[in-house]
Structure formats: structure tokens, C-alpha cells
Design a protein around this ligand. Structure first.
Ligand SMILES: Cc1ncc(COP(=O)(O)O)c(C=O)c1O
Length: 394
């Protein structure tokens, strides 16, 4: 066998999101792109802010000598400074450029963070349902994922988290706004989580780290203000990117920021920078670092996602679907109307509607809708959702 047994077994259980995406491609070939309603993958449909395109043109017309060369593994200091100033203002904490490392998206950021933190067998607690790639990122770096259930409304279940913390716990990874549920964790639950982690770290005699995946941090609705995670716990590491807020997922630009309140911040940053180098990322894309530096306070027009959320949520609930109303990201995670989420997703497929079964996120019995698509697609798909609901509710 050419490939490793481990990769082989992983490939056999390939991602449900990718699988559905591929089914979609087949359907599109048969019925034509416009007749397939693809809600399988979270690929932002909005264009980046016009200012980014302007800056890109400006750079192309007036190139800076050396702008394509190697750089320090943590990235350009101008970019890190711009980010640090923004986080400092947001959190009131003394962030400097030395607390920030530019990364190859949030995915690269999570991998370098885990490489820096984990020893073989260390556990990472992850509330479920969850973004399945986490499992691989943790495993890539020698760790083990430890899933904990969330509450019925997908809020953090602190009792379950407390029960899961043990001798092997090194990290808790949270993701808010959440993929796949769209839920935003409340200030109160984060305060309690911070208090719990302080107490447990004391009891264990070593630090548990809080890794906060904030890939959707700017995609929030209903006037909700995303709590600042750095305020609740000193040993907090933010991992984020501009894939969603500036609609740049193909450009692979993100960053990791370590709280200045973390006593080991310097050592941790050195380890993250080293991991950036040896995992082969070397540094985040140069051109993108220059372009996103002045855009830290910008984002795509979030109201457009919010309108799509409203359209979809109102329609689905009127058809009888049970859905927790998401306050962020661009996903809905309704209950399937039959126990078997895969069979349910296949019923939708028969209407040329592509979604992802909940088992793809560790939560069978549900399904995920990614609605970062043209509004017309949503409108055209709604009758199909209604027909399937009528079939199973009769
Ligand atoms: C929760 C979550 N974290 C991380 C990522 C990876 O983001 P990036 O494209 O910035 O690597 C995604 C992408 O969809 C995501 O949903």
C-alpha cells in the first residue's frame, strides 16, 4: 500500500461536507448549475470590500522592492502592529505586535497552535457539535480530541466540561460564532468558563489553555456584540482569519494572538512561530499581509447574511422545522424530521437541495445548511424544504 494506514482509514471516512459537495457537482452536471440548490459548503458569496481591490491594484501598479521575498516567520511587523492595535483597543489589554503571529488562515493557525501546545496524548476538549476538521488538526499534532455535549440550545454545558477535565487536559477549544450551529456563546457562560478553567488549572497544578476559534468573529446579527474572549481567562489564544469577514478564504490569511496576560506568552509565541516554519507554512502570504493590515476594522456587508438568515429561518420554522435561531456565522442547524439524518438529507437531495448530515459534525439527527449563497437560490429551494416537511409531518 502506497499511503499510510492512518491516512487510508481517514480517507475512507472522508468529510461529509466534501462528500455532499461532490454529490452536488454530479447533480449540477445532470440538471444544470441553476437547478441545484447547494447549501453544503460554507463558501462566502459576498465579494471582498472594494477598498481591498483598490489597494491590490495600487500595489500592482507601484510594487515595493522585495515584496515577494521571504520574511520573518511571524510575518510583517506593520501588519502585526495594526492587528495588535486593534485588539488592544477592543480588549483594553496591552497587546503589542509581539503577541501576534500571521498564519495561513485559521486552519494554519490552529495547526501551529496545537503543534506549539500539545505533547503526545494531551487532550483537547471540544464542545459538540463541532467543525470536524478540528479532529484532524488535533491528531496532526499528537493530541486527542475529547468531545463534550452542549445544551439543547447548543450553549456551553459547563457541567459536562468540568466532568471532562482531567489529568490529560491541555486545551479547551471553543468556536463562537459556531460552525455548524451559528450559536454565539453568552458573556455569562464565558465568565463561568473562565472561572472554571482557573479553578481547574489550580487544582491540576498546571495551566489549561483556552483556544478560541474566532473564524466568524465579525459575522454576528441582531446587534449582538461578540464578547471579548481575552477578558475571561488569561491563558487565551485567539485563532482567526479574514476568510469570512473580508471574504478571502482562497487567499489563506489569518493570525494567532496570545493574551499578554498569559505568563508564558513569549515562549508560546516563539513555539508558534517555530511551528509556522517547520510545518512548512514558513510565513503567511506576503501580499495578503499587506492588504489586510489597514482593514482590521472593516468587514463585508454582514446585513446581507443576516437577511438570508431571516429569510431561511422564518420559512423553515413556518414549515415546521425546529431550529435554534443562529446569531452568527452563516449556518443553520435544524433537527432532521426523521431520526436518520443521512436519509433525511437524501430526501432533500431528491429535491436537488444539498445539505450536510449532522453526523458530519458529531451530531446525528440534525443537518446543516450553509446559506452564504445568492438569495435567489434560497428562495428557489424553499418549496423543496416545504414538500419534504409535509411528507414527514403528515
Ligand atoms: C470553525 C472554523 N474554523 C476554522 C476554519 C478554517 O478557516 P480558514 O479558511 O481561515 O482556514 C473554518 C472554515 O470553514 C471554520 O468553519
Amino acid at each position: 500500500m502506497a499511503i499510510s494506514r492512518k491516512v487510508k482509514s481517514t480517507l475512507n471516512g472522508a468529510s461529509w461536507v466534501r462528500r455532499m459537495f461532490e454529490v452536488g457537482d454530479e447533480l449540477k452536471q445532470i440538471y444544470g448549475e441553476e437547478n441545484v440548490y447547494d447549501f453544503s459548503i460554507g463558501n462566502p458569496d459576498l465579494e471582498p470590500p472594494p477598498s481591498l481591490k483598490k489597494a491590490l491594484k495600487e500595489l500592482a501598479d507601484h510594487p515595493i522592492t522585495g515584496m515577494h521575498r521571504y520574511m520573518p516567520n511571524n510575518g510583517y511587523s506593520e501588519t502585526r502592529r495594526a492587528i495588535a492595535e486593534y485588539i488592544k483597543e477592543e480588549s483594553g489589554l496591552p497587546f503589542t505586535e509581539n503577541h501576534v503571529v500571521m498564519t495561513v488562515g485559521a486552519a494554519g493557525g490552529l495547526n501551529v497552535t496545537f503543534k506549539a501546545l500539545l505533547d503526545e496524548g494531551d487532550e483537547v476538549i471540544v464542545p459538540s457539535p463541532y467543525f470536524m476538521e478540528f479532529k484532524f488538526y488535533i491528531d496532526n499534532n499528537g493530541g486527542e480530541i475529547r468531545l463534550v455535549e452542549t445544551n439543547e440550545d447548543f450553549s456551553l454545558n459547563l457541567e459536562e466540561i468540568e466532568k471532562a477535565i482531567g489529568e490529560k487536559t491541555k486545551v479547551i477549544l471553543i468556536n463562537s460564532p459556531n460552525n455548524p450551529t451559528g450559536v454565539v456563546y453568552s458573556q455569562e457562560s464565558l465568565e463561568k468558563l473562565g472561572a472554571l478553567l482557573k479553578r481547574k488549572s489550580r487544582e491540576l497544578g498546571r495551566t489549561i489553555y483556552l483556544v478560541s476559534d474566532e473564524a466568524y468573529r465579525r459575522i454576528v446579527y441582531d446587534g449582538v456584540k461578540l464578547p471579548n474572549f481575552f477578558q475571561f481567562y488569561p491563558h487565551t489564544i485567539r485563532v482567526t482569519s479574514h476568510s469570512k469577514d473580508l471574504s478571502l478564504p482562497g487567499e489563506r490569511i489569518g493570525y494567532v494572538a496570545v493574551s499578554p496576560l498569559c505568563e508564558e506568552a513569549d515562549e508560546l509565541i516563539s513555539a508558534i512561530v517555530f511551528a509556522n516554519r517547520i510545518l512548512g507554512f514558513v510565513n503567511a502570504p506576503a501580499l495578503m499581509q499587506r492588504l489586510v493590515a489597514p482593514l482590521q476594522r472593516n468587514s463585508v456587508h454582514v446585513r446581507e447574511y443576516e437577511e438570508k438568515r431571516d429569510l431561511f429561518y422564518n420559512a423553515l420554522t413556518s414549515f415546521g422545522y425546529q431550529v435554534v435561531k443562529p446569531q452568527g456565522a452563516f449556518y443553520l442547524f435544524p433537527k432532521a424530521l426523521i431520526d436518520d439524518d443521512l436519509a433525511f438529507v437524501q430526501e432533500l437531495q431528491a429535491k436537488r437541495i444539498l445539505t450536510v448530515p449532522g453526523r458530519g459534525f458529531g451530531k446525528p439527527g440534525y443537518f446543516r445548511i450553509a446559506y452564504a449563497v445568492d438569495r435567489k437560490k434560497i428562495e428557489a429551494a424553499l418549496p423543496g424544504f416545504k414538500e419534504v416537511a409535509e411528507k414527514f409531518r403528515a
